[in-house]
Design a binder for this molecule. Structure first.
Ligand SMILES: Nc1nc2c(ncn2[C@@H]2O[C@H](COP(=O)(O)OP(=O)(O)O)[C@@H](O)[C@H]2O)c(=O)[nH]1
Ligand SMILES: [Mg+2]
Length: 691
């Protein structure tokens, strides 16, 4: 495809289990790209081809496909909905013009769907909604549209209506063309709108045109004057309203019953092309912005949004071209550090396969293997371009686990595998704990880290042991105190001398660290002040209660002494560290713990058990609201009590529960628990020093 105006980049997003992968499958099948319709239950879908995905019947990473249909070139991306694996979904949104928001018609809008909507909104993306699973019992399209309007605003309007309900779902009415489509074995037959639906369809069409007209004066006037509006005019105005995010049309159907899928394609054909998308800008080191231009003739600019770690062939980077044309065998700069890379064969990704491509124009999506040092989030560009796209904001990891090699001597292999996998999965954070000497893997949940361990085994052939999860506690102070930090050593030759006096005081939660220099009269010469601050920061990183980083402290350096010969940066750093620890210990130190906002979706009969259980986890239940034939319990619970919630929820609900959590704030740990955490930290440190 070399006409950007004919490209449609679409990411399927939404809560886990809304049917994105099934719909992706059905779309590809309907476009003739697949010869058989796979299913999630059988592990035969095109998108969830990875063994881990098949085993869990859940998407863990984005699946890409491109299909040509009706003269347009579609790049479709199936994204994971589960909050532990949402990295690829977030990254995918930054390279498409349209989010296809998939909703479970029975449950309505779920929490992760709202999160993705928020991301799409920030990026100014077009949004098309589809109510899937209308073949299921208690699915109710009318109710869905009402609740979608309540959640996402009055620009939400149905563009289709279902024909038949639940098991009798037969087809859909297209409100733009005012035709009925009924399905038999996935094949559509066009016809007139059934008489019993005529009034409903006319009313829904009025609503749709109202919504479009409110964005388009020309159409509004024709509509008011009751002049005839041609199909082309209506489609054009519809497309413009979707592109400017002023209309969020709702389509409907069933992915697995293959109802409405080809009609959904007709709606997607009206989605914005890269040429009419919200502008995107490169930002250079001085903060200057350059808006990229979706013109194949300009210097090339591309953005890497996905990386696959392959133990044999190295990385595969998946990218979107935003300007110019990228060709095989070209040279390109990586804006992170301005190094150059030579492109080999360009590829178009099709599920787990790659097909060669000669060139990719602005607006298109493709892949490239064997680059030396390119990771997700990198901007690639030809000469004559400067700046980079802003970094993608991924959520912070929620819990961490220490990982050790099962067999001695495999430590290096573990590190290599973890580094590679964290290139692929941006929600994975890997670091070395200097205090205990362990490799620490931070992730979103226990399941997230378990999947990582399985990938290490399967792809990299290393077996590891996973220690129990850890909570990212923090330390702070509640009081104000002063202390001296003095470092003096006299061992023949030149000695070491530094003396500091500082006051520590608490800062409001989240305000961070502040260092104030109040030295007057040169008690400590200016050039040593940064060394004192460095020492304080080093002490803060180590913590003083249980080894967790110290936050939200104000440090005022107000006095000290120096020696003209023996003082040095190093001496003042050490003195700064000593002084900070001494002062902090006297200033009512406390531990802080992450408190999570938790939403648990469960059937009626489990509500009592779940609430009782939350109370025993130091949780504060905020309320229960019905959703479909389930209930959503909202609560604030310390993360320490939620580390292994998944299996507990499964056993309490017979596998019918689901939950989602995210960081809300840091709260003080109750005193009786603090004692335990401090002792455990001490024991771990001693253990590490022994081993
Ligand atoms: N009855 C029915 N089941 C569906 C439909 N779409 C998906 N499913 C089932 O719902 C489950 C979750 O689907 P999946 O495509 O994995 O959802 P995803 O997590 O959004 O990708 C699977 O068991 C599907 O077979 C639908 O339209 N109707
Ligand atoms: Mg999926």
């Amino acid at each position: 495809m070399n006409d950007p105006g004919k490209i449609r980049n679409i990411a399927l997003v939404g809560h886990r289990g809304t049917g994105k992968t099934s719909l992706f499958e059905a779309l590809l099948y309907s476009a003739g790209a697949l010869t058989r319709l796979g299913s999630v239950g059988d592990g035969t879908t095109f998108s969830d081809w990875d063994d881990d995905e098949k085993k869990r019947q859940m998407s863990l990473s984005a699946g890409l496909a491109h299909v040509d249909r009706g003269g347009l070139s579609f790049n479709l991306i199936d994204t994971p909905g589960d909050s532990s694996f949402v990295g690829d979904a977030i990254a995918s949104l930054s390279v498409v013009e349209t989010a296809l928001v998939v909703v479970n018609s029975v449950l309505g809008v779920e929490v992760q769907t709202e999160r993705m909507w928020g991301r799409a909104d920030e990026l100014g993306l077009g949004r098309i909604l589809v109510c899937n699973m209308l073949d299921r019992e208690r699915a109710d399209f009318d109710k869905d549209v009402k609740s979608l309007r309540e959640t996402f605003g009055a620009q939400v309007a149905a563009v289709q209506l279902p024909i038949g309900k639940e098991h009798d779902l037969k087809g859909v009415v297209d409100l733009l063309g005012m035709k009925a489509y009924t399905y038999e074995g996935g094949k559509a037959t066009a016809g007139d709108i059934p008489a019993e639906l005529a009034d409903e369809a006319a009313a829904a069409r009025d609503k749709l045109i109202d919504a479009i007209a409110s964005t388009n004066d020309e159409l509004a006037e024709k509509y008011l004057m009751e002049e005839e509006i041609t199909a082309a005019e209506l489609n054009g105005a519809f497309a413009a309203a979707v592109a400017s995010a002023q209309l969020f049309p709702v389509a409907c159907g069933s992915a697995t019953a293959a109802v409405g899928v080809d009609r959904l394609f007709e709606v997607l054909a009206l989605a914005p092309s890269p040429t009419v998308a919200a502008p995107r800008a490169l930002v250079d080191a001085d903060g200057n912005e350059t808006v990229v231009d979706c013109d194949p003739g300009k210097p090339a600019v591309a953005f890497v949004f996905k990386t696959l770690a392959d133990p044999f062939s190295g990385h595969v980077n998946v990218f979107r071209v935003f300007q110019g044309t990228v060709t095989s065998d070209s040279q390109i700069s990586v804006s992170r550090d301005a190094h150059k890379e030579r492109f080999g064969q360009l590829l178009k990704t099709m599920g787990k396969e790659n097909k060669p491509a000669e060139a990719l124009v602005a607006g298109d999506i493709g892949a490239i293997a064997k680059l030396k040092d390119v990771v997700t989030g990198d901007t690639l560009h030809a000469d004559g371009v400067s700046g980079a796209f802003p970094a993608i904001a991924f959520p912070a990891t929620l819990m961490s686990f220490a990982i050790t090699a099962k067999s001695k001597g495999e430590e290096d292999k573990v590190i290599t595998a973890l580094r590679r996998l964290s290139d692929e999965d941006r929600l994975l954070e890997v670091h070395h704990d200097d205090q205990t000497g362990e490799m620490i893997v931070g992730g979103m949940s226990q399941v997230h880290v378990e999947v990582t361990v399985e990938r290490m085994r399967r792809r990299f052939g290393v077996d590891v042991e996973l220690k129990p999860p850890r909570v990212p506690y923090r330390e702070t102070i509640k009081g104000t105190a002063k202390a001296e930090g003095k470092h003096k050593k006299q061992t023949g030759g030149r000695g070491q001398f530094a003396d500091t006096w500082m006051e520590v005081a608490p800062q409001p939660r989240g305000a961070g660290f502040e260092f104030e220099n109040k030295i007057v009269g040169g008690a400590i010469p200016r050039n040593f002040i940064p060394a004192v601050e460095k020492g304080v920061r080093a002490a803060m990183a180590e913590g003083f209660l249980a080894g967790y980083p110290v936050v939200d402290v104000h440090v005022k350096l107000y006095d000290g002494k120096y020696h003209p010969v023996d003082s040095s940066d190093m001496a003042f750093q050490i003195a700064g560290s000593i002084g900070f620890k001494a002062a902090a210990e006297k200033a009512q130190p406390v531990l802080l713990e992450p408190v999570m906002n938790v939403e648990i979706t469960i059937p009626d009969e489990s509500v009592g058990d779940i609430i009782g259980d939350l109370n025993s986890r130091r949780g504060r239940v905020l309320g229960t609201t019905p959703r479909g034939h389930s209930n959503v319990v909202g609560a604030e619970v310390p993360l320490a009590e939620m580390l292994t919630y998944a299996p507990d929820l499964t056993s309490m609900t017979g596998g019918r529960g689901d939950y989602h959590m995210e960081l809300l704030r840091y709260d003080e740990v109750p005193a009786h628990l603090t004692q335990k955490i401090v002792e455990q930290a001490k024991a771990a440190k001693e253990e590490a020093h022994k081993g």
